[in-house]
Design a protein around this ligand. Structure first.
Ligand SMILES: Nc1ncnc2c1ncn2[C@@H]1O[C@H](COP(=O)(O)OP(=O)(O)O)[C@@H](O)[C@H]1O
Ligand SMILES: Cc1ncc(COP(=O)(O)O)c(N)n1
Length: 250
């Protein structure tokens, strides 16, 4: 059977644990055909990021046009956006990007700054599923004093289809959908290998939306998948820092 086509618009992680590489592994593991638009090249490993090269906006646009002109994309995940002009470009295409999931990547788990809030700002008003972690949500609402449910509600009020603020506590996320706020409690996995968990989560949501799940069902399924991938990579020794997930563990 022909698989559903899912697109990631994101940065490359040379270490293979996060970014485009995590996204494509997630798509493959969950039965989608993955396509990719590279927005930035990072020199990165489990210890950190040593260089970032944003891809010029016209080259990002050309990739997007090439994919959308030929392949029947049914869901799109947006990750790292290295340049505000690329954020504007994606926002201008948003009406033609079905089942849009936006992970506003701002800071890597290692602490490295990957993008500015200005890059993702144009997308916050689009009807997407927005998946910031707690720190990213605080940066986007510019008010660190709000509680996680308040941040989710505030962000949803800007126009998103749904907001999931991840990591309010370990394995606990807050979903805001259709005016209702829910706490999603997962099973905590005791692991240091969590590099790429956010990329994997947002990509898994995109695949489940592509397969026809309603948003809350897609989010719960993605959460179970991330838990399995974290548990499956717990014993891995790949790199001296926080290692990657095992995307093919289940
Ligand atoms: N150790 C863990 N055990 C179980 N779930 C986890 C763990 N760490 C992260 N998660 C889950 O992984 C998903 C991605 O969230 P998070 O790690 O916060 O993203 P980010 O990489 O953007 O910081 C969320 O559903 C979160 O609850
Ligand atoms: C290219 C790229 N995109 C995204 C992330 C965030 O991933 P994480 O927060 O899990 O380190 C990353 N480290 N690199």
């Amino acid at each position: 059977m022909t698989p559903p086509v899912v697109l990631t618009i994101a940065g490359s992680d040379s270490g293979g644990g996060a970014g485009i590489q995590a996204d494509l592994k997630t798509f493959a593991a969950l039965g989608a055909y993955g396509t990719s638009v590279v927005t930035a090249v990072t020199a990165q490993n489990t210890l950190g990021v040593t260089a970032i090269h944003p891809i010029p906006v016209d080259v990002v646009a050309a990739q997007l046009e090439a994919v959308l002109a030929d392949l029947p994309v049914v869901a799109v995940k947006v990750g790292m956006i290295g340049d505000p002009a690329v954020g504007e470009l994606i926002a201008s295409w948003a009406d033609r990007l079905p089942n849009l999931v936006v992970d506003p990547v701002l800071v890597a788990t290692s602490g490295a700054r990957l993008a500015e809030t200005a890059s993702v700002a144009p997308l916050l008003t689009r009807p997407c599923v927005l998946t910031p972690n707690r720190l990213e949500a605080a940066a986007l609402v510019s008010n660190p004093d709000l509680s996680v449910p308040e941040m989710a509600e505030h962000l949803a009020g800007l126009g998103a289809r749904a907001v999931v603020v991840t990591g309010s506590e370990l394995a606990v996320d807050v979903l805001r959908f259709e005016g209702v706020t829910e706490t999603l409690r997962g099973e905590p996995v005791d692991t240091a290998n969590n590099h790429g968990s956010g990329c994997t989560f947002s990509s898994a949501i995109a695949v489940r939306l592509a397969l026809g799940d309603p948003v809350p069902v897609a989010v719960r399924a993605a959460k179970r998948y991330v838990t399995d991938a974290l548990a499956g990579g717990r014993e891995w020794r790949l790199g001296a820092g926080p290692g990657p997930l095992n995307h093919f563990a289940f």
